[in-house]
Design a protein. Structure first.
Length: 281
């Protein structure tokens, strides 16, 4: 049996024992044959009319554009901060590790090509701070490793069969100590590829090694009921992928409800207070 190598508590995370009922449920999920983890997928629509207007107003007032991706990441980080169980990871067969801070992994478009980056402590940053971090990465010369640790990039480029053996060893190590995975790519992941399809909606579905992933689709005008009338609204398509091994439907639903609420009311677009200091209505 794989044992968890983490101590029960560390400064930025804590470990809890899986209940017998939870272990029984995981064994039942294994009968589906879907692999070592079991995903839940939610296809969502968020009304971003208010958020888009606030962004336009801020640009007109200050002359500076606000990153929509940075805004979504800010909302995601706050929603996770209030529902930390959604970014937990299994540690062996009897424990899960819950990370206290939100480290958002994403792919950033650079003139040299796509490169990986992790926004550390995103739950303590304003949307403007997140935006400036993304833009500073885009403006800086691209490192040769494209955001990967040198040892990891070297391991991923090994020829077969060494590549297969290396990946098997890495999977085992990450199962034993999920902090290895988090150090490489964050506690959660955001893909904003849909932002390039302006005027077109649609959902994306792509497996990731994270326990929680958010795929940002396109924004399109759609009819929606507002009060007692129909209005054209700007609707954002979102896909949320959960690891069913660590989170059940009820807490996942609460997380989704909070995420949609933050996005639809344009949370943090003032960008003048840290995410963890904003007032909760």
């Amino acid at each position: 049996m794989t044992r968890c190598s983490l101590s029960a508590a560390q400064p930025d995370r804590h470990t809890v024992e899986l209940t017998p009922g939870r272990r029984a449920w995981l064994n039942a999920l294994d009968l589906t044959g879907s692999g070592p983890s079991h995903s839940m997928c939610a296809l969502l629509e968020a009304d971003v009319t208010v958020a888009k207007r606030l962004i336009a107003d801020a640009k007109a007032r200050t002359g500076q554009s606000v990153s929509f991706t940075g805004f979504v990441i800010s909302c995601l980080a706050r929603a996770i901060d209030e529902n930390k169980e959604v970014q937990a990871y299994r540690c062996g067969r009897r424990r899960i590790v819950v990370f206290d801070d939100v480290h958002v992994g994403l792919m950033i478009e650079h003139e040299a090509g796509l490169m990986g980056h992790v926004i550390h402590g995103a739950n303590h940053k304003t949307c403007r701070e997140i935006q400036e971090e993304i833009r500073s990465v885009q403006a800086a010369p691209a490192p040769a490793t494209r955001g990967m640790p040198p040892w990891f990039r070297t391991a991923m480029l090994l020829p077969w069969p060494l590549s297969g053996l290396t990946k098997a060893l890495l999977r085992a190590a990450m199962r034993r100590d999920p902090t290895t995975r988090v150090a490489l790519s964050g506690t959660t992941f955001v893909s904003a590829v849909g932002m390039f399809g302006k005027g077109h909606g649609g959902w994306g579905i792509s497996p990731t090694p994270h326990s929680l992933s958010l795929l940002v689709g396109g924004v399109a005008w759609k009819p929606a009921v507002v009060g007692d009338r129909m209005e054209p609204r700007e609707i954002l398509d979102l896909t949320v992928l959960f690891d069913h091994d660590v989170v059940d439907g009820a807490p996942a639903t609460r997380f989704v409800r909070r995420l949609l609420d933050l996005i639809e009311r344009g949370d943090g677009l003032g960008c003048d207070a840290p995410a963890d200091a904003r007032a909760v209505p």
